[in-house]
Design a protein around this ligand. Structure first.
Ligand code: G3P
Ligand code: MG
Length: 245
C-alpha cells in the first residue's frame, strides 16, 4: 500500500465547516474549491440501516428536526433541512448518505478520513454496512480512504470486515495503552487532539514512523508550530486560513 500523503497538509474538518454547514456535500465541495485534497466526516447509522454523514447523536443542533438520529429511517432524515441552521442560503442542504459521499470522492478524486461514530453496542452493525459500501465503490485497498474512531471496538470491527483498510487511532486524551492498541490494529496514523501534543512527543512519534494528524486547528500560528514539531497535517474548519501560512 502507498504511503498516505497530505499535500496540502490540511484536512477539512466536517468539510470546510466554517463556510458551509458541516458534514454536507456543499461543505465538501467548498473544501475542494479551496484547494484542499482531504476532508474529514463522521458516519453513523439511521434506523433503517443506511449509513449517513452526521456528527451529533441528536438532530437538534444541525437540522430542523429533533431527537435521536438513530430512531429515524433515512426516508425521514433526508426530508430535513441540514443547512438553514448555518445560513438560510444553505436551506436546500440534506443529510448525505455515505454512498453520496463516496460518489463525490469518485467524481472529484478527493480523499476522506471517515470517522466512525457508532453507538455503544452498534459498532459491528455500522462497520458492516460501511464495509459493504466501501467494497462496492473502491474495494478494500482504497488509498483515498483513511478510517478512524474514538471507539476501539469500531476499529477492531473495521479490521475484521475490511482487513486491508487504512486505520488511524483517534485520541482525545493520552490513554495508558494507546500504543498497544495502535500496534495490534496495524494503524497507519494517530489523530490527536492538538491540545495534548508537545514538541518532544511529536518528535518521538515521527521517529517511530507514525503519521501524526492533529484536530481541530483554526489558528494559523498554532498550525505553524505543529508543523515545526513534524505534524503531518491538521484538521481545520477554515482550511484556507491554514493554507495561507
Ligand atoms: O477526527 C477528528 C475530529 O473530527 C474528532 O472530533 O467530535 O469533531 O468528530 P469530532
Ligand atoms: Mg469527526
Amino acid at each position: 500500500m502507498d504511503t498516505l500523503s497530505f499535500q496540502p497538509p490540511i484536512i477539512a474538518h466536517r468539510g470546510a465547516s466554517a463556510y458551509a454547514p458541516e458534514n454536507t456535500l456543499i461543505a465538501f465541495v467548498k473544501a475542494a474549491q479551496l484547494g484542499i485534497r482531504w476532508i474529514e466526516c463522521d458516519v453513523m447509522q439511521a434506523a433503517c440501516g443506511e449509513a449517513i454523514i452526521f456528527h451529533d447523536e441528536t438532530l437538534d443542533r444541525t437540522t430542523n428536526g429533533k431527537g435521536y438520529v438513530e430512531r429515524y429511517p433515512y426516508t425521514y432524515l433526508q426530508s430535513l433541512d441540514a443547512g438553514s441552521w448555518f445560513d438560510p442560503i444553505f436551506s436546500g442542504e440534506r443529510i448525505p448518505t455515505l454512498r453520496a459521499l463516496l460518489e463525490f470522492l469518485q467524481n472529484t478524486a478527493m480523499h476522506a478520513n471517515i470517522e466512525i461514530k457508532a453507538l455503544p453496542g452498534q459498532e459491528d452493525a455500522l462497520v458492516k454496512i460501511v464495509a459493504k459500501e466501501i467494497m462496492t465503490h473502491f474495494g478494500e485497498r482504497a488509498n483515498n480512504i483513511l478510517f478512524s474512531s474514538f471507539s476501539v471496538a469500531a476499529l477492531y470491527a473495521l479490521r475484521r470486515y475490511l482487513p486491508h483498510c487504512q486505520i488511524g487511532l483517534l485520541l482525545h486524551e493520552w490513554e495508558a495503552d494507546w500504543e498497544k492498541t495502535y500496534d495490534s490494529l496495524h494503524c497507519v496514523s494517530l489523530h490527536i487532539n492538538h491540545e495534548i501534543i508537545f514538541s518532544d512527543i511529536a518528535h518521538q512519534l515521527k521517529k517511530d514512523n507514525k503519521i501524526v494528524l492533529c484536530y481541530t486547528v483554526n489558528d494559523p500560528a498554532r498550525a505553524t508550530e505543529l508543523y515545526s514539531f513534524g505534524v503531518d497535517a491538521v484538521f481545520s474548519d477554515a482550511p484556507d486560513r491554514i493554507l495561507m501560512i
